[in-house]
Structure formats: C-alpha cells, structure tokens
Design a protein around this ligand. Structure first.
Ligand SMILES: Cc1cc2nc3c(=O)[nH]c(=O)nc-3n(C[C@H](O)[C@H](O)[C@H](O)COP(=O)(O)OP(=O)(O)OC[C@H]3O[C@@H](n4cnc5c(N)ncnc54)[C@H](O)[C@@H]3O)c2cc1C
Length: 496
C-alpha cells in the first residue's frame, strides 16, 4: 500500500496548502482531484493527486516515459525486485514498427504488431508499487524529481483530462520522435503519417473506401482516377516498404476483387533526391527496378503545398490524389523541443556515453528522442529500432547494477563509478520492396564494405529476421498465421 500512502501524502500536503488560499486553488494547474472526473457539478475544492516520493526502506521508483522500442526494452530488462516501475504513455502497447506497413493492406492484422505493455513487463499489472498511466508527460521538474502528466481520455464524453504528478528516483525519457512536415502547408490536415496503429487503420479505411466509392455509378472517370491515386511522399525505407505492400495488394487482390476499377488504381512515390539513400548503390538500383516493375511511379520532386485533393510540386505540377501517405523522416517532438535539458545536434535530448542527461541528477534518455552530446565526440545515432532497443537493454542493465550497489534512490548514485559506456554497432539494414523481394545491406556504415543482397533470399531473411524479433510468442504466432492466411486466401478486404 506504499502507493496509497504516497497518494495520501501528496494529496494532504496539497489540500492543506490549497485551503489556505482559495485563489491558488483556482490558478493551480495541477489542482484537480481524481474524484472531480466523476461529478457533473462544478469542480469541487481542489485536491492534488499523484505519486509522492519514495521513502528509505521502500523500493526506489523508475519512471519511464514512452512505450516504444526503447522504453519497452528497458522495462523488460529492469529488475523489479530492485525497482518499482511506473510507465507513462498515451498508448498501452508497443508497436512493432517494421511490420506496420503490412497492416495497412491487410497482410497482417493490427493486433499482430501491437504488444500490450503488461505482457512486456508483467510487474506493471501485478506489483503494488508499479503502474501504467495512460497519459502524456507535459512537464518536468528535475530539481524536485517530479514529472507532470495529463491523462488521455480520447475525447470521451463528460470526461475531461486531468493532471497529476509523479515523483521519481530515476527517470528514463524515451518519448520517440514525431514526423517532419518541413512546415509545408496542408500536410497535417490532409496527409496520413505511418507511425502508429491508428495511422495504419486510417490508411486502410481510406484505401478501401476509395476503392468502393470508385465503383459506384455516377462517379466521373476523372474522379475515379483521383480517388484511386495513392501518393506516398518520402523514399526512405518506410515509404518504399509501404509502396511495395500497396503494389502487391493491387496486383494480387485489387485485380481479382475490384476488377471493374483495377485499371484506375496507381501508386506514385515522390522523393526529393534518391530513394533508400542509406542503402548500397546496387541495392538502390534494384529497388528502383522492382518498384517500377510493380507499377509504382517514381517521381523526383519536392512537395510545396498540400490541398485536400491535390498536391503541388516545386515545378508547379498539380498531382491529384485520393490517399496521401507522408513519410519524410522524423524530428524532435514539441515536448522535447520545449523541455529545459541539454540538447544534442538536431535538437534531441543530449546524453553522455552512459545515456545520462548531464547537469541533472537521475535522468536518462534513450531512443529517437535522444542523441550523444557534441562534447562526447560521438555522432548522433540514427532513428532506428535497433538503436532504441539496444539503448533500452544497456540502460536496464546499468540501472540494475546501480540498484544493486544501493544507488537506486533519488540523489543516491552520486558516488557510483560508471564503467562500460554504451557502444553502438550497426548490424545492417533491411527493406522489402514487394513481390517477395527485399534488400539486405549488412555494411556497418554507408562508406564501409560488406555483404549486400537483394531478391527472394533477402526477402526470406527479412521475414525470418522480423519473425524472430517480434516480442512475444503470442504475436509471433499471430504474424505467422496472418502470413499463411494471406498466402492461401489473399488479403482481407472488408472495411470494418
Ligand atoms: C513504419 C515504420 C517502420 C520502421 N521500420 C524500422 C525497421 O525496419 N528497422 C528499424 O531499425 N527501425 C524502423 N523504424 C524506426 C523505429 O520504429 C524507431 O526508431 C523506434 O520506434 C524508436 O523507438 P523509441 O522508443 O525511441 O520511440 P517510439 O517507438 O516512437 O516510442 C515513443 C513512445 O513515446 C510515447 N510518447 C510520445 N510523447 C509522449 C509524451 N508526451 N508523454 C508520454 N509518452 C509519450 C509514444 O506514445 C510512444 O509510446 C520504423 C519506423 C516506422 C514508423
């Protein structure tokens, strides 16, 4: 019941201070009681809710922000005999991003790429001091070791989001990144990103809606072509893999099941320079050939403006579209931009060789939201799952060692001698281009020499590698069954 004591402790402290000043009750942004969510009357006198600081003798608390590759790998490796784990994130699952594109066209089901957090770290659902909070982190007070959060209520009727605070002994910031739009007008309103399961669901619904609408009497030829023009902006691995999946879907499923409109559907991939720029030259040429063979039109251009039915390129060309998927890379989120912590080149949270945020105590940052500070002499690592995952694993081991040495509580690891720093070794990159073909580039960097493969064998390696990387046996089973079902019966085309 330590959490309850902590709750009472903070609530009581706030209640007494709030009773002294009615005015401060109204102006305090963290002055809602949890109970206020269950009343229809005017908000009651303010009470403050949260998890207070742990006491000596209690388990120290690690607060993890984010349920992505980095945060989940960290939580999986944390020793819950040493620490309580509190996770804050607007989603209660991890997304297996390398297979997300496959869910847009029904090769895989959505649940096959989503791993509930309680399965990754069971202590979160069982241990009295460990929790998952469906919330966004909205502020940090590193002097007081506090995280400020706001619940996610997804616009539920009569349920306003409320704010609360959590005290931490160790804080791990693993908030990921957000899609870049380069400030281009209309992208946020009209394009769909591909980062979350709900993005994949939106893409699928729009694609199937357009397919069905284009078959209805009364639609002009011109409108039919627009509805069935799928435009992908960004020729990185995500844009290429999505285009490949889409062209597979068109060739195998649309041609059979939407025979009336099959000649109208097209995929265009727009890229400002070269597609798959981080891959070997030979693999890039192979990908270009394969995509073209599958009917994907590759256009070199820069998008200047996005309107509701057309995009405008820098040479003035207007391209009508029915579905627009935006995948031009990622940058720091607005929260990361706003937070007062040292920054690495590119605006990520700056960390040292042990993934600590220097100048503040007990704060670490991993994954896409962090990068080595310039002073470390190390480059900022690419925004990849393999980086995030290995940082999470390294930090879990480091925190366990600190906890074993008695440095788990806030401000108690000052004397701890940090030994092995985090070292990243790139294992190579893979991307599928559709039609049972993929690219495997095992070079450690763009300039290095090494093995690179393309074709069916690479596709087999790609599938096997990701099947073994899927987090749980349950999802591995789902993925394998989905692949088999698609192979035997084709993709599911119901618009649910
Ligand atoms: C479609 C796609 C395919 C990819 N394929 C590959 C691949 O094949 N190989 C590869 O290496 N990489 C791939 N990547 C990149 C890889 O997914 C990312 O590098 C990886 O997800 C980064 O992990 P992360 O934990 O830093 O961030 P994320 O996985 O993005 O997780 C961030 C977490 O923070 C949460 N969050 C955000 N804001 C807040 C807030 N304010 N408060 C609390 N929580 C918050 C988010 O909800 C999320 O849970 C792919 C990415 C995409 C989108």
């Amino acid at each position: 019941m330590s959490w309850f004591r902590s709750l009472i402790h903070v609530s009581a402290a706030r209640a007494s201070s709030s009773s002294s000043s009615a005015k401060s009750r109204i102006t305090d942004p963290f002055s809602y009681s949890l109970l206020s969510c269950f009343t229809t009357e005017a908000r009651p006198p303010a009470l403050y809710s949260g998890l207070g600081a742990t006491k000596p003798g209690e388990k120290p608390r690690v607060v993890v922000l984010g349920t992505g590759w980095a945060g989940c790998r960290l939580m999986k490796g944390l020793d819950t005999k040493l620490y309580d784990v509190v996770c804050v994130s607007p989603r209660n699952h991890m997304v297996f991003t390398p297979l997300l594109a496959s869910t847009c066209v029904g090769t895989l089901e959505f649940r096959s790429v989503a791993e509930p957090i309680g399965r990754i770290q069971p202590a979160i659902s069982r241990e009295p001091g460990s929790y998952f909070f469906l919330s966004n982190c909205i502020g940090l007070d590193t002097d007081k070791h506090l995280v400020q959060c706001e619940t996610v209520t997804d616009g539920a009727d009569n349920l306003e989001p409320w704010k609360f605070e959590i005290a931490y002994d160790k804080l791990v910031i693993a908030l990921g990144a957000q899609p870049t739009t380069f400030g281009i007008r209309g992208v946020e309103e009209h394009a769909i990103f591909l980062r979350e399961v709900y993005h994949a669901q939106e893409i699928r619904r729009k694609l199937l809606l357009n397919l069905m609408l284009s078959d209805v009497p009364g639609v002009s030829q011109e409108e039919k072509s627009r509805l069935l023009h799928c435009v992908v902006v960004g020729g990185g691995p995500t844009g290429v893999e999505f285009s490949g999946e889409l062209s597979d879907f068109i060739q195998k499923d649309v041609h059979q099941r939407y025979a009336h409109v099959k000649d109208y559907i097209h995929v265009t991939l727009i890229e400002a320079s070269e597609i798959l720029s981080s891959f070997d030259d030979r693999l890039r040429r192979y990908a270009t050939k394969q995509l073209t063979k599958s009917g994907v039109r590759l256009v070199r251009g820069i998008v200047k403006d996005v309107k509701d039915k057309t995009i405008v390129l820098n040479d003035g060309t207007e391209v009508p579209y029915g579905l627009l998927v935006w995948s031009t890379g990622v940058g720091p989120s607005s929260f990361v931009n706003s937070v007062q912590l040292p920054k690495a080149p590119g605006g990520r949270i700056g960390v040292d060789e042990w993934l600590r945020v220097p100048s503040v105590q007990d704060v670490f940052s991993i994954g896409d939201c962090s990068g080595f500070l310039e002073s470390t002499g190390k480059p900022v690592l690419p925004a990849l799952a393999q980086v995030a995952e290995r940082e999470g694993k390294y930090l879990a081991n480091l925190l366990n060692t600190i906890g074993e040495a008695g440095g788990g509580h806030a401000n108690s690891a000052k004397e701890y001698v940090y030994k092995e720093p985090f070292v990243y070794k790139h294992l190579g990159s893979m991307a599928t281009v559709g039609r049972y073909k993929a690219l495997v580039d095992l070079r450690q960097s763009k300039e290095a020499k090494g093995l690179s493969l393309a074709g069916f064998v690479s596709w087999f390696i790609w599938r096997s590698a990701y099947l073994t990387r899927v987090i749980s046996w349950r999802n591995r089973f789902y993925v394998a069954i989905n692949w088999l079902t698609t192979l035997v019966f084709g993709r599911d085309i119901s618009r649910i």
